[in-house]
Structure formats: structure tokens, C-alpha cells
Design a protein around this ligand. Structure first.
Ligand SMILES: [Zn+2]
Length: 324
């Protein structure tokens, strides 16, 4: 075991492949963790630190019943992993802010700093999006894309997913091949050359087809059409008014959970599975309603509650339909 103590575990390692976790798995069943989105070492960390149990429950929507498993895993990691890993999915500027000891309000703090001190890089970012969308973004649309980080969900982890999309922080095969000449620049799903960001998250035929299925399912559930554009799906730029507030909230949740699935299956040869997304969405929708009640100290407005209840009901039916 001595060699393990100094072994620098990569944050990107699947949990299953880490010896310390395998030891825990011998006595604890961690299979449901994967379904909740806990797949890699980095999922157990936030801002470079191991998630506390309350953070762990909140982030992954996991119940108190998992305390012993969490304790066994955190003990195992602390025992064998002396240096705390750095999350690789953050831009250098984000990491600099996070390492200064960002609080629970990290996202808005990071965000304000980015806005005031990184205007130049934000302009470059806007231009990159405009290139990919082959259309200019108005200042209002761009403001909406930036604000989407705050409104996408109450959950920090989902806010970070949206932040990572806006900032295009995921390492694409194309970018990797620029860094390492030996790295493969092709898409793991369709084998197309030059798999850049927009290819990986939208244009890849395999992913485009998955988006189509996801959008059809959302349309079924909310009984309304939503724009099938990257502006809407990736950046959250879409027409809203007070009458569609709850419909938009549900749509945002459904979309960001699929974006998270894409990111979590980044190197997979297939698109994320519909049934996994449906299951996760149901779980999060139920939690969202609960959080809404707690936040307001009472039931959310009756109109909103009826809508969310109908979405949850349709999702439950979809989840129960199994292929013959
Ligand atoms: Zn592809």
C-alpha cells in the first residue's frame, strides 16, 4: 500500500478504477452513485476540497442513508490521497479565484470578477460563440447567456455546468491535439476530424440526433414547443415572459442535465442514454419542487405547483415505460 500513498490520483479517474475506492466497494454497494452523477474522482470535490456530507447530499440529491458509504469513501481517499487534486475543468482565471478560498457565493463572485476584469476575454468568448452560431449575438442576448449561469438552477454543480458551457472549458480532442501532437483530434463518436467544442456539444451527428430526441421529450412533457437552436439549448437565450416562468425553469433544468450528461460522457463513443437522462431529470424535478417550497417557506404559487406536478407526472410515466 506504500506506493498508493504517493500515487497522484488524477481527478479525471473513474471512481471504479481507483484502488482505494475498489476496497470500499468490496463492502459497500456504490452502484447507485453512478446514476446520481458521481463517476469520477473530481465529482467528490468542490473548489479543490472534498465535499462535506451535506454538500454531497445537496449536490447529488442523495439521501442521509448514504452517510456510511460517504464516510468510507472519504476516509479511503484521505488515507491514500495526500495532495488535494485540482479540478481540471476550470479556466486559469477561474482557478485563481477559486484557490483564494471562494465561498458558497463563488459563482456570483467569480462571475462579477470575470465581468469587470476580463472584459477583453469575454469579448473574445462572445466572438467565438458568434463564429460557431454563424450569427451575431445582440448585447441583450449575450447578457441573457451570461445571466443563465445564475438562473439555470439553485444547485451549484449545475451552475458550474452552465458556466463551463458558456466558457467552453471542456478540453476537446481538437484542443488536446494542439497541446499534444500525439493526441487524436477526431471525434470519439463519429470519427470526424477536428472535433472542436461546437462539434462535441451540438454539431456531431450522433449528438445532434440525441438532442432531437431530448427536445421531443421536453416538448411532450411541457406540452409546448421550445426552440431547437444552440442559442436556446446551450446558452439559454430564449424568449421569456412571466406566464412561462415555470415552463422555462423546467426546460432549463432538463437542458442543463442533458448538457451535464454530455460532459460526463465526453469520451464515450455513443451519445448519453435517454433513459438515464429521464431518470435523473425526474429526481431533480422532485428535488426542485421541494427546494422551491423550502425557499419560500410555503407552497410555490398554485399555478406553478400545478405545472410542476404535471411535468413530474408525465416524467414518471415516461420513466415507467420500458421497451418490450
Ligand atoms: Zn462527432
Amino acid at each position: 500500500m506504500d506506493s498508493l500513498e504517493t500515487q497522484p490520483y488524477s481527478p479525471l479517474l473513474p471512481l471504479d478504477s481507483v484502488p482505494a475506492i475498489q476496497e470500499v466497494q468490496a463492502t459497500h454497494d456504490l452502484s447507485t452513485w453512478k446514476e446520481s452523477g458521481i463517476e469520477e474522482m473530481r465529482d467528490l470535490f468542490t473548489e479543490g476540497l472534498l465535499l462535506t456530507f451535506p454538500q454531497f447530499m445537496e449536490t447529488f440529491n442523495i439521501s442521509q442513508a448514504h452517510f456510511l458509504k460517504y464516510k468510507a469513501v472519504s476516509t479511503a481517499i484521505t488515507k491514500y490521497w495526500s495532495s488535494i487534486p485540482i479540478e481540471p475543468n476550470t479556466t486559469p482565471s477561474l482557478h485563481a479565484i477559486l484557490s483564494q478560498g471562494a465561498s458558497r457565493k463563488a459563482v456570483s463572485a467569480i462571475y462579477s470578477t470575470l465581468l469587470t476584469e476580463h472584459t477583453h476575454s469575454l469579448n473574445t468568448l462572445k466572438e467565438k460563440w458568434e463564429d460557431d452560431l454563424s450569427a451575431p449575438l445582440s448585447e441583450t442576448q449575450w447578457a441573457q447567456a451570461k445571466a443563465q449561469i445564475k438562473v439555470v438552477s439553485r444547485n451549484m454543480r449545475l451552475k458550474f455546468t452552465q458556466l463551463n458551457y458558456l466558457h467552453r472549458t471542456y478540453l476537446t480532442p481538437h484542443r488536446l491535439s494542439k497541446i499534444y501532437t500525439t493526441a487524436n483530434a477526431t471525434c470519439p463518436r463519429c470519427n470526424q476530424d477536428t472535433a472542436d467544442f461546437i462539434h462535441m456539444v451540438w454539431q456531431c451527428p450522433v449528438i445532434a440526433n440525441a438532442w432531437k430526441i431530448i427536445l421531443n421529450n421536453i416538448t411532450d412533457i411541457i406540452e409546448a414547443d421550445i426552440p431547437d437552436t444552440p442559442e436556446s439549448c446551450l446558452l439559454g437565450i430564449r424568449h421569456t415572459n412571466k406566464h412561462t416562468k415555470h415552463r422555462n425553469k423546467f426546460t432549463d433544468l432538463a437542458l442543463v442535465l442533458f448538457k451535464r450528461q454530455i460532459a460526463m460522457n465526453w469520451k464515450a463513443s455513443k451519445a448519453p442514454e435517454l433513459k438515464v437522462w429521464l431518470r435523473i431529470l425526474l429526481k431533480w424535478a422532485i428535488a426542485e419542487v421541494k427546494a422551491m417550497k423550502e425557499a419560500t417557506g410555503r407552497e410555490c404559487n398554485p399555478e406553478g405547483k400545478i405545472l410542476w406536478d404535471s411535468y413530474i407526472q408525465r416524467l414518471t410515466i415516461k420513466n415507467d415505460i420500458r421497451p418490450p
